[in-house]
Design a protein around this ligand. Structure first.
Ligand code: PEP
Ligand code: MN
Length: 254
């Protein structure tokens, strides 16, 4: 039987025995914000720092991200605290210009069907996070991974971030079946994103636990020093000062 893929990156593994924690703000907003986040997260033992600089916002009137300037800030923050950078790329042009500053390239839910972008990622020697589109079936999501892997890059990490169903009380519906099913189907690591599914801070911990209990290889969580001031996804961001409690909550499942 084909073995589950274990991804090795700068001394860390994803998809092996250890479960990974990726944390940080939805968007990089300032040098201070990302530095403060990196400092406190690294102190809590988090090795992967997330932060968007090219933001795929539903509304063109919302904050679009700091772009290259923000990427320099998150790179500096990660380097200062010996962390790895996880950040989203939205286009081939951005990929060509900025991939070297990112350790794990995130492809957001809105770009899962962007096959020309996925094909370019296949030529890269660097792990890629492929988030599930709002309405993608397991088969569509699995086929999307093949646009990357057929190009030669086998290091794809799936992220379940909630899907759109008839239920509208939370932001999305977190699909726990994705963890065992996609792992069996693709053999790729799969991580839980409880933040975007929940949309509200109070639901992030229970969804993270559910994902891990269902076999997730880790979690990607939005954290902000001052969520009420956040320029994106503040409502679902865990308060940085309270992230230790969040980690204590998931520790029995890690
Ligand atoms: C994000 O990670 O901030 C994000 C935009 O996620 P998604 O693509 O899942 O909506
Ligand atoms: Mn977000």
């Amino acid at each position: 039987m084909e073995k589950n893929r274990v991804i090795e990156i700068k001394g860390h593994t994803i998809g092996g025995n250890e479960k990974v924690i990726i944390a940080g703000p939805c968007a990089v907003e300032s040098k201070e914000q990302i530095m403060q986040s990196a400092e406190q997260l690294s102190r809590l033992g988090v090795n992967f720092l997330r932060g968007g600089v090219f933001k795929p916002r539903t509304s063109p009137h919302s904050f679009q991200g700091l772009g290259e300037e923000g990427l320099n800030y998150i790179r500096q923050a990660a380097d200062a605290f010996d962390m790895l950078v996880v950040s989203e790329i939205m286009s081939i042009d951005q990929l060509n210009r900025f991939a070297d500053k990112i350790d794990i390239i995130q492809i957001g839910a809105r770009n899962m069907y962007n096959y020309s972008l996925l094909k370019e990622l296949g030529k890269l020697a660097k792990p890629v996070i492929l988030k599930r589109a709002f309405s993608a079936t397991y088969e569509e999501w699995a086929l999307a991974t093949e646009y990357i892997t057929h190009g030669g890059n086998q290091d794809v990490i799936l992220v379940e971030r909630g899907i759109r169903t008839f239920e509208r009380s939370l932001r999305f519906t977190f699909d726990v079946s994705a963890f065992p099913y996609m792992k069996k189907l693709t053999k790729l690591p799969i991580i839980a994103d409880p933040s975007h599914a929940a949309g509200e801070r109070d639901f992030v911990l229970p969804l993270a636990k559910a994902g891990l209990a269902a076999g997730a290889d880790g979690v990607i969580v939005e954290v902000h020093p001052e969520p009420e001031q956040a320029l994106s996804d503040g409502d679902q961001s865990i308060v940085l000062a309270e992230f230790g409690e969040f980690l204590a909550g998931i520790r029995p499942l890690m």
